[in-house]
Design a protein around this ligand. Structure first.
Ligand SMILES: Nc1ncnc2c1ncn2[C@@H]1O[C@H](COP(=O)(O)OP(=O)(O)OP(=O)(O)O)[C@@H](O)[C@H]1O
Ligand SMILES: [Mg+2]
Length: 293
C-alpha cells in the first residue's frame, strides 16, 4: 500500500501516472479527501471521468477497488451484508451451536459496504442517483463514522477509514445529508488542452494533427444545444473509430458516417449532420490550421 500524496501536485502527478488527467480543482478535491479522510462526492455529465478517478486512486495507492454499482431497488443485502442462513442451518443441524452464536461474524456475508470497512480499499459508490432515496439514509452512518450497525451483531467499525468516492449523474438531487458528509466536486468537460492530453494518453496512435482536429470538433459540438453532449468517453471512442477507418484528417464524409459514435440520439444527429457539421469543420480548420499543413 502506497503512502498518501503529500501535495496537490503530487496527487495530480500520481493520477497522471495511472493515465488519469485531473483538472487542478479535481486534484485539489481528491488531495483533500485523502488527507481529511472525507468521502469525495462527484457529480457531472456522463463520460467525464467520475468512475475512472476511483479506479486511478485505487491503482495509485495500491489498494483494491471495492465497487458498489447502484440501481433501482438496491437493498441492504446486496449493498452491505447478508446472513448466511444456509450455513447457520448446517451448523445448527450438526449440533454444537449455542443459541447466542447464531449471529456471529462468520455467518455474515460481506457485500461492498461491509467489505470496505474490513479491508483498506477504495470504495466506489457509483451512480448513487440510480438507487432509491431511502438507500441514501442508510449510507449516512457509514459516511460520517465509517461504521455499520448490524442489529443482530452490533457495530462494525473500520480500523482505518476507507477512501470513499461517490458519483451521481444528477438524474435527481442527492440528499443534503449525504452531501454534507462529503467533499463535493462538479466534474466538467475538460478544456481543449486537457482533452488533447487525455487523447494523447489514451489513443496515442491517432497522431497530433488528427487528435487536435478531433478535440476542436468535439469542443465545438459541446457549444451546440443538443439533448446529450459527447463526453470524454465519446472523444476516445471516436478517435479509435477514426483510426480504424485510417482517417488522417477530418473530412465531411467521415464525420457524417461516424456521428453515431459521438451522438446517441437521432434528433441530435439530424441537427448536426449536413450544414452544422460543415460549419464546425470550418471552425476546426481555422483553429488547427497551424498544426495541419
Ligand atoms: N480526466 C480523464 N483522464 C483520463 N481518462 C479519462 C478522463 N476522463 C474520462 N476519461 C476516460 O473516459 C472514459 C469515461 O470515463 P468514466 O467512465 O469515468 O466516466 P463517468 O463520468 O463515470 O461517466 P458515466 O456518468 O457515464 O458513468 C473512461 O474510459 C476514461 O478512461
Ligand atoms: Mg461512471
Amino acid at each position: 500500500m502506497a503512502a498518501l500524496p503529500a501535495s496537490i501536485d503530487e496527487t495530480a502527478a500520481q493520477l497522471l501516472a495511472q493515465g488519469y488527467v485531473a483538472q487542478r480543482e479535481l486534484a485539489t478535491a481528491a488531495f483533500l479527501a485523502l488527507r481529511l479522510q472525507r468521502p469525495l462526492f462527484l457529480e457531472g455529465e456522463p463520460g467525464t471521468g467520475k468512475t475512472e478517478i476511483a479506479k486511478a486512486l485505487a491503482a495509485m495507492l495500491g489498494r483494491p477497488l471495492i465497487r458498489l454499482q447502484c440501481y433501482e431497488g438496491l437493498d441492504l443485502a446486496s449493498a452491505a451484508y447478508e446472513w448466511n442462513y444456509a450455513r447457520q442451518m448446517l451448523e445448527i443441524k450438526s449440533g454444537g451451536l449455542a443459541g447466542d452464536e447464531l449471529f456471529a461474524r462468520r455467518f455474515l456475508i460481506a457485500r461492498p459496504l461491509l467489505q470496505a470497512l474490513e479491508q483498506p480499499g477504495v470504495l466506489l459508490i457509483d451512480e448513487l442517483d440510480r438507487a432509491d432515496e431511502p438507500f441514501e439514509a442508510f449510507l449516512l452512518e457509514l459516511l460520517s463514522d465509517f461504521q455499520l450497525s448490524i442489529p443482530e451483531l452490533g457495530v462494525i467499525k473500520a480500523a482505518e477509514p476507507p477512501i470513499v468516492v461517490l458519483t451521481s449523474n444528477r438524474t435527481r438531487e442527492i440528499h443534503d445529508a449525504v452531501k454534507r458528509r462529503c467533499l463535493y466536486h462538479w466534474v466538467d468537460f475538460p478544456d481543449a488542452q486537457r482533452e488533447l492530453q487525455i487523447l494523447r494518453l489514451k489513443v496515442p496512435g491517432a497522431g497530433d494533427a488528427l487528435s487536435r482536429q478531433i478535440v476542436a470538433f468535439i469542443q465545438g459540438l459541446r457549444t451546440l444545444d443538443l439533448y446529450k453532449l459527447p463526453g470524454v468517453a465519446e472523444t476516445i471512442e471516436w478517435s479509435r473509430a477514426l483510426l480504424e477507418l485510417n482517417a488522417l484528417v477530418l473530412d465531411p464524409e467521415t464525420v457524417s458516417n461516424t456521428l453515431g459514435v459521438l451522438l446517441k440520439y437521432q434528433d441530435d444527429i439530424a441537427k448536426v449532420q449536413g450544414s452544422e457539421a460543415a460549419r464546425l469543420l470550418e471552425q476546426v480548420r481555422v483553429a488547427t490550421h497551424g498544426s495541419v499543413g
